[in-house]
Design a protein around this ligand. Structure first.
Ligand SMILES: Nc1ncnc2c1ncn2[C@@H]1O[C@H](COP(=O)(O)OP(=O)(O)OP(=O)(O)O)[C@@H](O)[C@H]1O
Ligand SMILES: [Mg+2]
Length: 430
């Protein structure tokens, strides 16, 4: 009897060792977090835009527009710019954190506070120059009390102008150092107040378009732009803000991209380290173990998530928890996903409920038709529009503003999770 128990204990002890390979602590998948995920997929165009165009041009003193990155929830807007900002910081650039703009909060106040921190990084706070000290004081009072109470009663420039001037000083310091300043405003669709929005965009836009004189050896004095990169991220609704709200110069100063889902090949590449070399995790004995994934498991994750970065992380996270060994199997991916279906459903519903009724009806009508028959006349009739031309603006928005469909011949879905949700049992994979 005693011996048996002993054997039993030994046996479970061995199993315990196996269980400890994958845990909550070493799970590298991160659904729903804005921090740059450990397993990164694609977005090579946007990353290269920063590395090969935006940053080099700014360092060279050339003007480059700010970047506006829009997209439906969960497409990876915040993570993308955080990844760029992390990269910039590693190179010695001065970057702001993700400046989230919650609804109803004075954005100029938030930006003023972050600009003061940049000024600190640039060493301006310790400088002796009277003019800069005065500027810091002005921006400090904007940061403390916002636009409404700030400097309105005081003589001098408007609050946003003080912000611009301080950014210009930070830009000059960056020129001297040979680095770049990166400013990231997130959730910009939340700036509901027209005046606040135009102040923000003018403050930032005036700084990036400002030319300053610098002395270049042999050549002498030249005009150059400031090395300031501005990234704005948020939901496509931001595009609805009228030209007047954003200021007429907005489109000349900011270049907008709408994010699409991630290519399947990019998702495969992201999981390749699991297949080829194995993913390193710490074990209980201070050593390192490898977690691998069978190629069929990779395919299952790619198939399930439909190019959605959030669902990619979710599928990975659940597969990790679905087993304990050092090989993630296809069966574990499927089993894990079954437990995640409710979350996947609410993810897509979150996208659909935000759509105006007509846009939703258009998508539903499109989904009902066989893929070869998705042309405007058919979809418009199916969705109950009187004339096909009535559906024009709706389909245009779904394509150009939201990036959910592509108006080709025939029309197709770009947002593959929305398509799967409307046309099949997905996320139920049986
Ligand atoms: N390129 C990527 N590769 C892998 N995972 C990603 C990538 N981009 C984002 N993710 C993951 O997708 C999820 C959603 O990303 P993120 O929060 O950046 O999206 P978002 O577009 O900002 O969403 P929201 O509109 O809700 O703010 C996060 O879990 C993040 O880790
Ligand atoms: Mg976000």
């Amino acid at each position: 009897m005693l011996l048996k128990t002993d054997n039993f204990t030994k046996h479970t002890h061995r199993t315990d060792k196996l269980i400890s390979v994958r845990s909550a602590v070493n799970n590298p998948f991160q659904p729903g977090s804005d921090v740059v995920p450990a397993i990164w997929a694609g977005r090579t165009g946007q990353l290269s835009d920063w590395r090969d165009v935006l940053r080099p041009r700014l360092v060279a003193g050339l003007f480059e527009r700010g970047r506006t990155v829009l997209g439906e929830p969960g497409l990876g807007k915040s993570s993308l710019v955080r990844r760029i900002a992390d990269e910039a910081e590693r190179r010695g650039d001065w970057v702001t954190p993700q400046i989230r703009l919650p609804l109803g909060v004075d954005p100029v106040k938030r930006i003023a506070a972050e600009t003061l921190k940049l000024a600190d990084k640039a060493g301006l706070a310790t400088g002796r120059e009277q003019r800069v000290a005065g500027l810091l004081g002005r921006v400090q009072s904007v940061a403390a009390s916002g636009v409404s109470l700030g400097l309105r009663e005081v003589d001098g420039p408007e609050p946003h102008a003080a912000l611009t001037e301080l950014l210009v000083e930070i830009g000059r310091a960056a020129i001297a150092r040979g680095n770049v300043v990166l400013i990231h405003l997130d959730e910009i669709q939340n700036i509901a107040d027209a005046r606040a929005l135009s102040q923000v965009l003018i403050a930032l836009g005036d700084a990036i378009t400002r030319k300053v004189e610098v002395e270049v050896p042999v050549v002498g004095l030249i005009d150059r732009s400031l090395p300031i990169a501005v990234y704005l991220t948020g939901l496509p609704e931001f595009d609805d803000a009228t030209g007047a709200r954003k200021g007429a110069t907005f489109t000349r100063r900011f270049k907008t991209t709408t994010l699409a889902p991630i290519d399947d090949d990019d998702l495969r590449s992201a999981l390749q380290p699991f297949v080829v070399s194995g993913w390193e995790v710490a074990d209980d004995n201070g050593g390192v173990r490898l977690v691998r994934m069978e190629p069929d498991a990779v395919e299952a994750i790619v198939e399930i998530c439909r190019g959605e970065p959030f669902l990619f992380q979710l599928a990975g996270e659940r597969a990790w928890y679905a087993g304990s060994g050092d090989l993630i199997t296809r069966e574990e991916v499927l089993r894990g996903w079954r437990g995640a279906q409710a979350e996947a459903t609410s993810h897509v519903e979150r996208i659909l409920v935000r759509l105006p009724q007509r846009e939703l009806e258009f998508l539903q009508a499109m989904a009902k038709l066989p893929s070869g028959e998705r042309v405007l006349t058919r979809i418009a009739a199916e969705a109950g529009f009187d004339k096909p031309t009535d559906a024009g603006p709706v389909s245009q928005r779904l394509d150009r503003v939201r990036g959910i469909i592509e108006r080709g011949k025939p029309y197709s879905f770009r947002h593959r999770a929305v398509e799967a949700f409307l046309t099949s049992d997905w996320p139920d994979i049986g």
